[in-house]
Every structure is written in C-alpha cells, then in structure tokens.
Design a protein around this ligand. Sequence first.
Ligand code: AMP
Length: 497
Amino acid sequence: MSFSDLGLSPKVLSAVNDAGYTQPTPIQAGAIPHALQGKDVLGIAQTGTGKTAAFVLPMITRLEKGRARARMPRTLILEPTRELAAQVEENFTRYGKNHKLNIALLIGGVSFDDQERKLERGADVLIATPGRLLDHFERGKLLLTGVEILVIDEADRMLDMGFIPDIERICKLIPFTRQTLFFSATMPPEITKLTEQFLHAPVRIEVAKASSTASTVTQRLVKSGSKPWEKRAVLRQLIREEGESLKNAIIFCNRKVEVSELFRSLVKHDFNAGALHGDMDQRARMTMLSNFRDGKLKLLVASDVAARGLDIPDVSHVFNYDVPIHSEDYVHRIGRTGRAGRSGKSFTIVTRSDTKYLDAIEKLIGQKIEWHDGDLSTLAPSEDEEADRPHRGRGSSRRGSHKDETGKGRKARAEHKAAEAGEAESAAPASERSDRQERKDAIRTGNAARKADEADNAKHSKPRRTGRSTQSDDDGDKVTVGFGDDVPAFMKIPAKV
Ligand code: AMP
C-alpha cells in the first residue's frame, strides 16, 4: 500500500513525499482512511509507530475546506507534555508546508501573551496541554464550540499524570458533533471508560500489543548493589564497556532528583551528558532535546514524564538506571531504541529490592530478560545486608547514609572503591578477619581507593579549587570535610571536662 491509496489530498501527499516517506506504517494505513471519512478512531499504538502522522495527515486534508475564526479554533489536539505538544506542532509544519495553517501552541512555562495573540488571529490547529488550555478558557480567551476535530493523544500518559478530570471537562466543552481521534499505548480500565463516554462508534485500530517490546531491541539486566554510588559505578562501567557501539543513549531514572544527581555525576566523570525532567523550564528542555537530537549530547538522563513519546530517532541504547515501578513504563522506555527496524540495546540496572517490579515487567512482556553478567544471586553481599546481620561485638547496625556508617559500612565502601580501582584482592571478606585487622584494612584500602579516585579525578574531571581539607566522595569528587583547614580559632581552645 502507498500513501496515495489512503485518500489524502495532493498537497499533503507532496509534503509526505518531500519528508521521504514512501509507505504508510500500519497505524497510518489503518487510521487515515477512516479519519478522512470523519469517523471516530480509537488507535492503540505506541510512540515510534508513526501515530502522529496518522492524525496529522488526515487533519490537514480536512482543514483545506473552511477558515478559522478569532478565538474559535477549528481543531484541538491534547498532549500530556509540552515536548509532545511541540513535536506535534513540528509535524504540522512539516506536513502542512503547502498549506497556510494558523497553528497555536498552548503549553505551560511560556508567556500567555503570545499564545493569546495567536488565538485572537484564529487557529486552524490548536495544540495544547490540558492545564494551559483550561487556563486560557477560564480567562475567556478561547471558545471551544467551533472545534470540528478533537485529538486526545497518549491518553494513558494523561491518566498517569492525573489529567483525566481535565480531559473530561474539555470534552464536555466541545460540540457533540465533533470527530474524535483517540490514541493510547495501553488500555487500562479508566481509559476504556473514557472512550465509552466520549467516542461515537469508533473504528478501533490496534497495531501492536502495548505490552510487547520490539524484537530489534536486545534487552539485558545488570545486577547492582542498591546504593546510588554502586548503581552509578555500574552504569559508568556499562557505558565504557559498550564503547564505540554506543552512539547515543537515554538513561531513565524514576525520580527527578535522581535525574539531577546522576546528570551531575556523569558530567563530573567527563561524560557528554544532558538532563531532561519536568522541573526544568521550557527553554532549557527544548535546548537539551535539540542538542541530543543533533548529536551534540551523547547521553540524556531523563524521567519518564519528560521523555514519554519524544520523537528522538535512532537512539542506540536505553539504560534503566532504575527499574520502572509501572511495568508499562518499561515498554515505553525500551521503545526509545530499536525504532523503525534498527537494532538497539537496553540495559536495566537491578538491585535486590527491585525484584518485585522486575517480575511484573517480565509478566507484562511475556518473556524472561537475560542477565548481562550473572543474576542477583551472584552479587556480593552489600553493606546493607552486612549491617542487617545480627552484629557480633561493637558497633551499631543502623542503616543510613555513609556519613553515619559503621566501621563495616565504611569498609564495604572502601572495598568497593578499591575493587573499582583494580585492587579487589586486598579487600578480602570481612568475616575472615578480626575487628582490629578490619579497621586497619579499611584505612589501607580507603587510602588506596582515595589515591585511585584522585588519579581518576585528575583524568576525568576539572580540578576544583578548594583551600580546605578534602576527601573523595562516591563519585571520586572532592568534598570538604568539616571546616577543612579553616577551623575557627575558638574551636581549637581545649575543652574543660
Ligand atoms: P511517532 O510514532 O509519530 O512518534 O513517529 C515515529 C517516527 O516515525 C518519527 O520520526 C516519524 O517521522 C517517523 N515516521 C512517521 N511516518 C513514517 C512512515 N510512513 N515511514 C517511515 N517513518 C515514518
């Protein structure tokens, strides 16, 4: 089947041709003819399947007749994130190059004024995130009674982000006679309910099971201790191992704070990395994304919300720094690589506390994922477990940050560093040694590890200027200890006991 069989207008076909696409993807072949006939469509498709063009192309064809009026957009596309909205706008620009379409983008994080001016001019296409759309509506700058076509994209993501009440409200503001094109990668019960409420006799097109991962992606699990510094070391090791084959990669974290921490750590270790999370302002997000797309950034550390659905073609690797808590996120994350028939690789870093989530993922995708280098049973006991054992003798077994670790905790960290520095032999099992010997060893391995860190630091990072006494932190960076060399004089006066 070719694009010319679908009923698109000659102007749209010419733009598609110029974009270099010769054959419609299954979601395009399935949805476009029905959308052109004005039918409601329920498309169950993930990003990467060409679903954006599946609604953009018929919309442009249908918009050829008629004109927009001030403050009364003719079509409305709802997107869960600003990046997705901006991406859809790019699609309209690309495929609508032979049309004079007025496109308005209503997204948060940018000023209302420009957006209002565009609405005032009359929008053929209004692309919006639900919150900003309702803000404009409440300010009286927008009437939705002229909307002929409504698109709800990434509906399951909207659900995850708590947008369903907003969507319901928006749907009720648009005439009943509109056409609705509805897309979701998965169909949880809340989404099914929404489609029953707002779609009229939709044509259902399902292109791939939402729970399936592309066969072009080689998936691997990688064991790690649960401490952030252990996970970061595992990640760095993996990136280095992949060498030249790693063209570019997205590294997913579960939380924004981890995105920031990991990003800073990678940069300190001289990796060419950027970050993408929901708290960054719009301009920073767009710059980061376009730098990654253009190949100026090799690694992009991202949260699910920020990265969902982004059109970043040709990503060679996906790293899950954290196992996703929602198993469906795994499918979405992995879907960032191995696109359009290319091969891709994914590595998921797994700690002992992740097994529950891993089981859910393997159940969802219906397959066991191979371990890269032995499973969790081959992982050396971590300091947590050491601490959890009934303690013999002195010291407390409390968990916590390494600042208040026990001698054993410190030793485990020192051993880890020594192992990283290629000195694993000197870090023999704790149980074989007396406490005194352990303490001596901890100091020795700690010193060795610190020296190695400093050497690594000199190699990888820019030197930091500090007049205070320092030691290395988890990532081999200098941190000031206490007051360093700047201890105030009054603190040096001997205390009376
Ligand atoms: P989407 O699923 O809409 O995010 O699209 C994923 C990628 O597929 C985008 O980079 C599109 O430009 C590309 N694409 C869309 N339609 C086609 C097509 N018919 N043939 C090849 N690539 C396409």
